[in-house]
Write a protein that binds this ligand. Structure first.
Ligand SMILES: *[C@@H]1O[C@H](CO)[C@@H](O)[C@H](O)[C@H]1NC(C)=O
Ligand SMILES: *[C@@H]1O[C@H](CO)[C@@H](O)[C@H](O)[C@H]1NC(C)=O
Ligand SMILES: *[C@@H]1O[C@H](CO)[C@@H](O)[C@H](O)[C@H]1NC(C)=O
Ligand SMILES: *[C@@H]1O[C@H](CO)[C@@H](O)[C@H](O)[C@H]1NC(C)=O
Ligand SMILES: *[C@@H]1O[C@H](CO)[C@@H](O)[C@H](O)[C@H]1NC(C)=O
Length: 255
């Protein structure tokens, strides 16, 4: 009986310290589904992260297919494939692979606080061909119709070498975030907030406590966690450790 009481007390204590190990105000990593990217500051999940974890413009939501959706100030919603918190980059994809058609509709629109990754911008020329062109890549998805197909060719490509007899040139597009090899992928970056510096130091990024809702600070997660744990129990590390020792020692004596 004594053994049971002491054991359960010990279990309760362990459960208690596990809960406290995670500071209450941590903006936890959350996911929309098993495969989705881990969402944490500066991103937050709408309705699931508390207000102090929200950085304006970086709000994601989960849809019914458990995809992580980025709400850009354009009429298209794209699911997030991955987030590189260190490089401050996010990879989106278009499930319909209609990216170029959609991008052309919002070509000049701001996608602030994000911008298209310069590494994935291309100058392209579009051709409208009445026959399938074996010399060219796959036609641009969603751009083709009955009796014609639209192709994108890198403008740097020497088009003179191609005998595109059944094609007419439509137009040139400069710096479009579209590459015919990856017709569904969209790469964005952000500069502010500069949380990548925290990530690079192995620290956690969060909104400054007294800040203006846009100032961030890097926090050493392990230290912040430890401090809060003992403050919360109203005791300190040495006292708690001694208590734990007493209980652990008590059990073998009763066996
Ligand atoms: C984009 O904006 C520039 C300048 O604001 C304008 O000259 C250009 O025609 C616009 N392009 C499109 C596709 O709307
Ligand atoms: C491509 O050319 C065909 C035939 O000239 C035309 O009917 C079609 O609208 C063109 N497609 C685009 C996207 O301009
Ligand atoms: C498109 O770009 C090519 C190569 O840069 C150039 O030769 C051509 O004149 C351009 N066409 C238009 C319509 O701007
Ligand atoms: C927030 O606190 C820091 C020091 O803890 C101080 O330097 C800064 O001025 C404060 N900012 C505001 C907006 O009160
Ligand atoms: C922590 O516990 C030790 C030993 O009981 C005590 O001497 C010390 O004052 C305590 N520190 C704090 C911050 O409560």
């Amino acid at each position: 009986m004594v053994k049971i009481i002491i054991s359960s007390f010990c279990l309760i204590f362990l459960a208690f310290s596990t809960v406290l190990g995670e500071p209450q105000d941590t903006c936890k990593k959350l996911k929309c589904g098993d495969k989705g990217p881990a969402v944490h500051f500066p991103f937050s999940l709408k309705g699931r992260h508390p207000d102090h974890c929200v950085f304006p413009g970086f709000v994601l939501s989960c849809n019914e297919k458990h995809e992580t959706i980025l709400d850009l100030p354009i009429p298209f919603k794209f699911p997030v494939k991955s987030i590189d918190y260190k490089a401050q980059a996010v990879q989106l994809y278009d499930p319909e692979s209609c990216l170029l058609v959609k991008l052309l509709k919002v070509f000049n629109k701001s996608i602030s606080p994000f911008h298209f990754s310069k590494d994935f911008m291309y100058d392209i020329t579009l051709f409208n061909c009445s026959l399938a062109e074996r010399q060219l890549d796959e036609p641009v998805p969603c751009f083709s119709g009955p009796g014609y197909q639209v192709y994108s060719v890198a403008s740097s490509y020497s088009i003179e070498n191609l005998a595109l007899l059944s094609c007419t040139k439509m137009y040139n597009l400069s710096s479009v975030p579209y590459f015919s090899d990856k017709p569904a992928n969209l790469y964005l970056e952000w500069s502010e907030p500069n949380c990548g510096q925290c990530e690079a130091m192995g620290k956690m990024c969060r909104l400054k406590n007294n800040g203006t809702k846009s100032e961030i600070e890097c926090v050493d997660f392990s230290k912040a966690g430890t401090k809060r744990k003992w403050v919360a129990t109203g005791t300190n590390a040495s006292t708690a450790a001694r208590n734990l020792n007493i209980q652990l020692e008590a059990i073998p004596e009763l066996e």
